[in-house]
Write a protein that binds this ligand. Sequence first.
Ligand code: HEC
Length: 156
Amino acid sequence: MGKKLKYSLGGLVVLFLAIQLIPVNRDNPTTDASLEIKAPVEVMDIIKTSCYDCHSNKTEWPFYSYIAPLSWLVAGDVEHGREELNFSEWYKMSAEKISRKKEKLVEEVMEGKMPLPIYLYTHSNAELDEMQKQVLRGWVNQSKINKKNEGEVELD
Ligand code: HEC
């Protein structure tokens, strides 16, 4: 091996070790359990398997979330995911906002935008089949019907 190559490989190793020292936020903040979304069990099963890692405070951090630079990618997705939609803090939202987020949820799922495709490389069980998409759609439609019929505020 040439001297130059040896030096640059050494440089890469040092760089790799150095970036491991940059702090990454992998917090799972505790939140009041009463703020957690309540939905029929078949809906909960789907979102817990396919969405909770990025859209709740109960993220299961995979081993590669401890290795930079992958850790930055994972932590970034979780941070932005929670900002947009957090099932652990669902009832912090107004009833109106909940309705809007549910509409958006169905839209994203139907278009295949969520769960984020990159996530499926390592979580193939999170991929939604047609039936699971219909369960989510049915859930959102049902709450719209309930709201119309009863003139009531949606609960979930
Ligand atoms: C790997 C992380 C990840 C997973 C898993 C994931 N999401 Fe997301 N989601 C994000 C990120 C990041 C954003 C914000 C940026 C964007 O829209 O791409 C987002 C945005 C959204 C939004 C947009 C919110 C808004 O108001 O604009 C919805 C709705 C959503 N996700 C629903 C879901 C649902 C439903 C699932 C499960 C079926 C899911 N996501 C799974 C990371 C994820």
